[in-house]
Ligand binder design. Sequence first.
Ligand SMILES: Cc1cc2nc3c(=O)[nH]c(=O)nc-3n(C[C@H](O)[C@H](O)[C@H](O)COP(=O)(O)OP(=O)(O)OC[C@H]3O[C@@H](n4cnc5c(N)ncnc54)[C@H](O)[C@@H]3O)c2cc1C
Length: 408
Amino acid sequence: MSDIPLIIFEDKCTACTKCIKVCPFGALTMEPREKYDLPASRFKKIAVVNEKCTACGACVQECPFEAMELREIKRTFKHNISDYKGVWIFAEQRGGHMEDVTYELLSKGRELADVRKVELSAVLLGSGVKEKASSLFAWGADNVYVVDDPMLEEYNTDLYTDVVSTLISKYKPEMMLAGATSIGRAFIPRVAVRVQTGLTADCTALEIDSVRQILLQTRPAFGGNIMATIECPDHRPQMATVRHKVLKKITPDESRTGKIIEEKMALKEPLSKIIEVLHEMGNQVNLAEADIIVSGGRGLGGPENFKMIEELAKAIGGAVGASRAAVDADWIPAYHQVGQTGKTVCPKLYIACGISGAIQHLAGMSSSDFIVAINKDPDAPIFNVADIGIVGDLTEIVPLITKALNDR
Ligand SMILES: Cc1cc2nc3c(=O)[nH]c(=O)nc-3n(C[C@H](O)[C@H](O)[C@H](O)COP(=O)(O)OP(=O)(O)OC[C@H]3O[C@@H](n4cnc5c(N)ncnc54)[C@H](O)[C@@H]3O)c2cc1C
């Protein structure tokens, strides 16, 4: 049976070509019926599907003759699930600096490994990174797989995909967790496809089902209005990405030790090349790490009023954040955006100015330690998560707070 999920009924196809026009992938062509030894028909041609088909269903919906149907293809996992053991995390480093999300993943990974009574391993890639490997034991790793190669000096999607897929195929972990960072988001889905498993992106909670001993991966769905728990019962490893600051870090135990496993691989020349690495944002934004964030929303009324947000942020030593409405209005660049489709932040203090508190914004900031909200609408939902709510006009209140801070 072909792997293409689209069936075309030769007795119903009228060669009207509507399906071809609507297919975004060029997966359909019109071919002479005789080429396929089909019974004679008043229609000389028939639609034929090729391997570019992604089962998007656009043609099925468009076909006025119900001549097309998608069938479910059950993809069976070719390996023995019981061979897969241990929890793995991807230890993300940039320029030799271990990213904080690595410690968060190790902290959660330790918990999951303990429940499963298996080992926790980290995978560390880079050039000259071997010395960093032992620092991961304090955070709970039992093993660190290191691939240290000059070709891995800078992140490269092709190489990272090759290396991590090869390690997974060789060592067969039952779980693989990575940060939902720009790096994790770029290569981990490719790894999942390579090793023929599923991936749940942007998880907010991970736990083991106590009966079936599988990973329950929870993430927001339908625009953040519901939380969906996703399982991967029939394939391994069970793969998930988690955003920075979503998982809590444990206190490192410097007395812990573990095993470093150095892997040598013949790396293929990657298809893509890094031409230049731009550190465009520098430390100027760094929202994810900020202890204090002052955010502005549509209530600012215009881009000029972000100046008062910047002044307050400066006075209090914080970073500037924004709601998506402010970003969409082009009042501030997108890398300031906090929320479901922006950054997840967890500062000690979050000051929301003129932000209503939509669920998608709350998804990115509601775990902040202390929240101050300034809004002229006393019923704004942001007040439901605020520790201090100030009802009033932000254009009067924000400069007053800034002045009071500067006067100190
Ligand atoms: C799939 C999806 C993903 C999304 N992702 C994100 C995301 O990542 N981040 C995000 O922020 N949003 C996101 N959104 C958009 C979100 O639903 C809201 O539309 C957005 O957060 C609203 O921004 P806001 O609070 O600035 O604007 P509004 O909802 O318009 O609120 C403005 C607030 O300012 C107050 N106000 C007005 N004038 C003043 C004043 N002078 N003084 C004091 N208060 C004043 C008003 O009372 C109001 O409460 C997403 C939406 C979808 C569908």
